[in-house]
Design a protein around this ligand. Structure first.
Ligand SMILES: *[C@@H]1O[C@H](CO)[C@@H](O)[C@H](O)[C@H]1NC(C)=O
Length: 290
């Protein structure tokens, strides 16, 4: 239904155009390019859907999360306005962190990251021209602690040596705290490609176009239900090295030179970030859904 405009639906059903404003606002924006990985959650999905391969056709049920916690305990379905590309057919999902968010033996991190089920280190997410879309919203009841460095969305190289592109929040370790309240999109060396203040109440919509043959990145952004606009690039960025996307929260510790394995994390963690409108589209021929 997301491919049909509200006007078209109203005309075919013969309904008067005096539809309530809320219906128009919740209608999903058109996705105009072929979807490569669809991370949107259909309305009516149960949380237990995410726990097993038998049910979960969207994300990898085994990675990347605490050893002793299930996705149905990590994820929540918040109420509130749908994200721009979700509309009425899809719902937002909140990724949360707790003291149980320790993956394997990575005692320094607290993490919960969603990986597209069909993504692979040498798969279609690593070739051609692809655009990753995501929307984020903050949960006032589970705020992030911006004294810490967070990785929120990234593409990790196949050899795990770096993240070609990283969407981050909080104080980046070793850098100035001046932009800790900003979302930052960085390249693998930590160079800033785009930065914008974290909005405490509204959806923030991002898209990153990855042109693998040209090694170029272009960034699109909007707030609320507004159409995306190009805000940075195309810029030369080394995005070679294959790998996979991940979306969620990876909270680094403070006071450590070995952030994977050690450092300070406060106890009784209860943090979360809401995601919506997650998908990867094929941007061959320059197509980007706005
Ligand atoms: C935020 O993190 C810092 C550093 O770990 C910690 O000292 C502080 O208590 C945390 N604040 C909250 C509200 O948890």
């Amino acid at each position: 239904m997301y491919t049909r405009s509200l006007t078209a639906i109203l005309l075919t059903t013969g309904t008067a155009l005096a539809a309530p404003a809320t219906v128009a606002a919740r209608q999903a924006a058109d996705i105009t390019c072929p979807i490569v990985f669809d991370g949107r959650i259909p309305t009516g999905t149960e949380l237990t859907y995410f726990d097993t391969y038998a049910t979960n056709q969207i994300y990898n049920p085994d990675y990347v999360k605490g050893n002793d916690i299930k996705w149905s305990e990590i994820l929540k379905f918040p109420t509130g306005e749908a994200a721009r590309f979700d509309g009425t057919d899809h719902v937002p999902v909140e990724v949360t962190l707790s003291d149980k968010s320790i993956f394997q033996k990575q005692n320094g991190f607290r993490r919960a990251g969603l990986q597209f089920l069909k993504d692979a280190a040498d798969g279609p997410g690593t070739t051609g021209v692809k655009t990753l879309h995501w929307s984020v919203k903050q949960d006032a009841a589970r705020p992030l602690n911006l004294t810490h460095e967070y990785l929120n969305v990234w593409h990790e190289a196949a050899d795990y040596s770096s993240n070609q592109i990283q969407f981050q929040a909080g104080q980046i370790i070793g850098k100035s705290a001046a932009d800790k309240n900003n979302f930052k999109i960085l390249d693998r060396s930590g160079k800033s490609l785009y930065s914008v203040a974290i909005d405490k109440t509204q959806w923030q919509n991002f898209a990153v176009k990855l042109d693998y043959p040209k090694n170029q990145v272009q960034i699109y952004y909007s707030v609320g239900q507004a159409a995306l606009k190009s805000v940075a690039g195309p810029t030369s960025v080394n995005i070679a090295g294959g790998g996979q996307f991940q979306l969620g929260l990876l909270k680094k510790p403070t006071g450590s030179n070995d952030v994977v394995n050690s450092g300070y994390q406060s106890k009784n963690l209860n943090e979360g970030q809401i995601y919506g409108g997650v998908f990867l589209e094929d941007s061959a021929d320059g197509c980007v859904s706005l």
